[in-house]
Design a protein around this ligand. Structure first.
Ligand code: PGA
Length: 252
């Protein structure tokens, strides 16, 4: 399979300026290019410019923002546009993280607009989906995730969809220490790939990187990444320590 394997870090609202520079420098020093496998650093806005300079000599490390506004520009005090992000070296943008959905009321329809604006401005979306424990307990997790994907992404042309990375992050596993089992992850990733094959085609589905997120650690990364449809991870807590995140990347 030719799809990219990705260890993506999501620093969330962590790291002062100096701490962020140190972490990025340490990752450059302690990881090496490994085939076409990628590290993507999802950093707060203030870090983008400097981290892009720090990773410039490391072709296996790419840069992501954690959000962008759905409008191209204008009177939206405090917001950041997709074009601003590309202008400081971001190549990816995390969209639809469950924390954005929960605390900032981002729904699939807002995300549809954000995805479109991001792609129009040269950013590749890392589109997050995932169910709450309540939804899983009612056995509605497959249809819930299918709807998130359909409404957020399935209007894109095949060419634009090829720029999207999907991250499946069950909400009950985020920051809880309770990781989905490799079988639970594989089951949902397979289901997501099936949706893509149904809407686009098998070739497109095969080429899409689908990451698992939710308490990924050095101790469980290898087992998760060994699953056929798990193409890497979106990592929160363990991406804040250079050693841990390097070990997760090296689990490929
Ligand atoms: P976690 O966060 O690894 O700390 O569970 C994952 C995420 O929210 O992306």
């Amino acid at each position: 399979m030719s799809r990219l394997k990705i260890a993506a870090g999501n620093w969330k609202m962590n790291k002062t300026y100096d701490e962020g520079v140190d972490l990025a420098k340490s990752l450059v020093a302690h990881t090496n290019p490994n085939g076409s496998n990628l590290i993507i650093l999802g950093v707060p806005y203030i870090h983008l410019k400097t981290v892009s300079e720090v990773i410039a000599a490391a072709p296996h490390i790419k840069l992501a923002a954690q959000n962008c506004h759905e409008k191209a520009n204008g009177a939206y005090t405090g917001e950041i546009s997709a074009l601003m992000l590309t202008s400081v070296g971001a190549e990816y943008v995390i969209l639809g993280h469950s924390e954005r959905r929960q605390y900032f009321r981002e729904d699939n329809f807002k995300l549809e607009k954000k995805v479109k604006t991001a792609i129009e401005n040269g950013l590749k979306p890392i589109y997050c989906c995932g169910e709450s424990l309540e939804i899983r307990d009612k056995n509605r997790h497959h249809s819930h995730v299918a709807t998130q994907i359909k409404e957020g992404l399935f209007y894109l042309s095949k060419e634009d969809f090829a720029k999207v990375v999907i991250a499946y992050e069950p909400i009950w596993a985020i920051g809880t220490g309770q990781t989905a089992t490799p079988e639970q992850a594989q089951d949902m990733h397979y289901h997501i790939r099936e949706q893509i094959a149904d809407y686009y085609d098998n070739k497109t589905a095969d080429a899409t990187s689908i990451l698992y997120g939710g308490s990924v650690k050095p101790a469980n990364a290898k087992e998760l990444f060994a699953k056929r449809d798990v193409d890497g991870g979106l990592v929160g807590g363990a991406s804040l320590k250079s050693d841990d995140f390097a070990a997760i990347y090296n689990a490929f």
